[in-house]
Design a protein around this ligand. Structure first.
Ligand SMILES: *Cc1c(COP(=O)(O)O)cnc(C)c1O
Length: 408
């Protein structure tokens, strides 16, 4: 008889995910026109993409990727520290640093890899990391990997951060935060954070995955939007942003003072021990940067859509208990509360051909299940009106349903 093995338990462990609706499922998607997606074979109007400027399918980017493939092939063939650092990747780093007004940039194949590598390169055992409670998972994972002591401060609570920084005697202090919070759409107080870092001899790592390309003059990002650009940039900030969201391609970069970026190049394990991103992505990203910088109409159109959604929903949802959170960005979460109601709303939209993901705990705090609406310059005003009408109808139906429950 074969002895029992822990491997036999996986079917039961998978089955345990089902009762709480915790088993994740992927949908097979292909792009349609505008903001439409074919999802599992069905055409849907999608409000779930981080392609905020509508660049992911842009012909100029596709052409640049093809040109890059012709010039460089499709694989980089090695780590950037061996033979993978192509001329295309090198000039992309230059262009990114110039664009965000910082001294030097380092280009990574993914944002997740950047954050889990950067934090352990900067701090280690005996040091301290200060982390906003709503930070993205890869900042949290990077902090854990560093083995530094982690101090979690309440979301956006600078007074709490100030007192934690005062009480810490760690030789190296690193503050890590999303610049735009991915499930709420609100922005960190960058000036306030930098002032605290200055006062307490700390370094700030800013993750601008959702601000780069969208916020600030010409889309130069949250740091520029907060007034820190070029000469004003503090030596206390490392600016990290991803290139698979508004930039429409893939990858990430970290930029800052030359000496810090040189240190990261020497010490970031996820950079050193991984194959460099293919050059065709860098050539596509150069084309993307051109459009980000020069096509202001994309950001203006996005602003119009954000305002339209907010005014349409605040009228349509009055008295429903469903509420838009206080966000000025393309991430417009609609707080619903109960998990089952959020899931029912997602399903109701799906039946109307609209795709908005429901986000539940543990991704968001208990009792704050929500629909995470993401707007894009690829949407039309008509698209937004369809969403407003559908959500208004669903909220009314949900109210009636709750009233029925109450009075039956
Ligand atoms: C998406 C995201 C990342 C990860 O970037 P990838 O390039 O997708 O790996 C990191 N931080 C935040 C805040 C994000 O939203």
């Amino acid at each position: 008889m074969t002895p029992p093995s822990w491997l036999d338990a996986f079917p039961a462990r998978l089955a345990e995910l089902d009762p709480g609706h915790l088993r994740r499922q992927r949908h097979v998607v292909t792009p349609g026109s505008g903001a439409r997606l074919n999802v599992d074979g069905q055409a849907m109007l999608a409000f779930c993409s981080n392609d905020y400027l509508g660049l992911a399918t842009h012909p100029a980017l596709v052409q640049a990727a093809c040109d890059g493939a012709r010039a460089y092939g499709v694989g980089s063939g090695g780590s950037p520290l061996v033979s993978g650092h192509s001329a295309a990747n090198a000039s992309l780093e230059q262009a990114l640093a110039t664009f965000v007004g910082l001294e030097r940039a380092l280009y990574f194949y993914a944002g997740y890899a950047a954050n889990i590598g950067i934090i352990p390169a900067l701090v280690g055992a005996g040091d301290a990391v200060f982390s906003d409670a709503l930070n993205h998972a890869c900042l949290i994972d990077g902090a854990r990997l560093s083995r530094a002591r982690i101090h979690r401060y309440a979301h956006a609570d600078l007074a709490a951060l100030d007192s934690q920084l005062s009480q810490s005697s760690a030789p190296r202090k690193l503050v890590i935060t999303d610049a735009v919070f991915s499930m709420d759409g609100d922005s960190a107080d960058i000036a306030g954070l930098l002032a605290l870092c200055e006062r307490h001899d700390a370094l700030l790592l800013l993750d601008d995955a959702h601000g780069f390309g969208v916020l600030g003059p010409q889309g130069r990002g949250s740091l520029a939007a907060a007034g820190f650009h070029a000469v004003q940039a503090s030596r206390r900030v490392l600016y990290m942003a991803t290139l698979g969201k508004a930039a429409g391609v893939a990858g990430a970069f970290v930029a800052g003072p030359g000496v810090l970026v040189e240190w990261l190049l020497q010490k970031t394990r996820s950079y050193i021990f991984a194959t460099a991103a293919p050059a065709l992505l860098a050539t596509a990203l150069r084309a993307s940067l051109q459009l980000i910088e020069h096509e202001n109409w994309r950001r203006i159109h996005l602003e119009v859509l954000i305002a339209r959604l907010r005014s349409g929903l605040s009228a349509g949802l009055q008295g429903s208990g469903w509420q838009l959170s206080d966000s000025k960005t393309a991430i417009q979460p609609l707080l619903i509360g109960r998990n089952d109601v959020a899931l029912a709303a997602m399903e109701g939209l799906r039946q109307r051909g609209i795709w908005v993901p429901a986000i539940r705990p543990p991704t968001v705090p208990e009792g704050t299940a929500r629909l995470r609406i993401a707007l894009s310059a690829a949407h039309t005003e008509g698209d937004v009106d369809l969403l407003i009408d559908a959500l208004t109808a669903l909220a009314r139906a949900s109210c009636r349903h709750r009233a029925d429950e109450l009075f039956s």
